[in-house]
Design a protein around this ligand. Structure first.
Ligand code: BGC
Length: 248
């Protein structure tokens, strides 16, 4: 029997940093999930020291994959709207490698990572055509796939509609902070998804984030969007499994 390919997956979020050792061939965690609060302010040094603690707790010295809530190009952070502003321009790959003492470390966008996990092991398994994962959480993350190939670093959570950033009216935090009913919020999500569908010809949307546990609250209310909309089914494991898969 082939040996499991093990990688530590780290999901860096605005409120929590979660990690585990993942069997990337099966898409399964092979250790407990460790979660620590994201330090505030979430500066690079503070986040890095939290990841160090987690790595120690998991007693890990192998490859690491990280999902990051922002866009990264050539190892450098370009945007991180929900973390500390000091991330912009930070050489995340080199600095993390050096400080974590890790030869193989890959960092990618958190939604791209989660989408990868759903495509390989979850709700989008086996789907072809244009598939888009949309994570509705503190922010909105998007991951675009065509016939299973990821087109990385889409930032369509910041699509502007009627002068407003989509995150301001369709993220789950907008629903919570404004105390909107599911009905009102679903209408806004419907408007947002139908715009994405129109521009990108999306065949299937996979909705992730905490709301994916309550699909009955909003999916049946989506009337404008003609594409199929399904809830992600890996829950909060998608971020960790996907992060590890980035480094596989
Ligand atoms: C960021 C994305 C990220 C998403 C979810 C957005 O604000 O711009 O890069 O994927 O939040 O964390």
């Amino acid at each position: 029997m082939a040996r499991a390919k093990k990688i530590m997956g780290v999901d860096i979020g605005g409120t929590g940093i979660k990690a585990a050792i993942v069997d990337v061939a099966k898409g399964e965690l092979i250790t407990e999930r460790v979660r620590l609060e994201t330090p505030q302010p979430a500066t690079p040094a503070a986040v890095l020291s939290t990841i160090k603690k987690i790595k120690k707790e998991l007693d890990w010295s192998g490859p690491i994959g990280c999902g990051f809530p922002g866009s990264i190009k050539e190892g450098v952070v370009h945007r991180a709207p929900n973390l500390d502003p000091s991330w912009v321009g930070y050489e995340i790959v080199n600095k993390f490698k050096k400080s974590l003492g890790c030869d193989r470390l890959v960092v990618g966008n958190d939604a791209d990572a989660a989408g990868l996990a759903e495509l390989r092991f979850g709700a989008a398994k086996g789907l072809s055509g244009t598939v888009m994962m949309v994570t509705l959480g503190t922010g909105i993350g998007t991951a675009l796939f065509y016939n299973g190939v990821l087109i990385p670093n889409t930032e369509l959570g910041h699509l502007e509609m009627k002068g407003e950033d989509a995150e301001a009216f369709a993220s789950n935090s907008a629903r919570e902070n404004n105390d909107w009913s599911w009905k009102k919020w679903s209408k806004q999500v419907d408007r947002y998804l139908s715009k994405l569908e129109y521009y990108l010809g999306v065949d299937v949307f996979v909705i992730g984030g905490g709301v994916s546990k309550k699909p009955e609250k909003f999916i049946p209310r989506l009337e404008k969007v003609a594409s199929t909309v399904v809830a992600a089914d890996m829950g909060n494991l998608a971020g960790i499994v996907g992060a590890a898969s980035l480094a596989a």
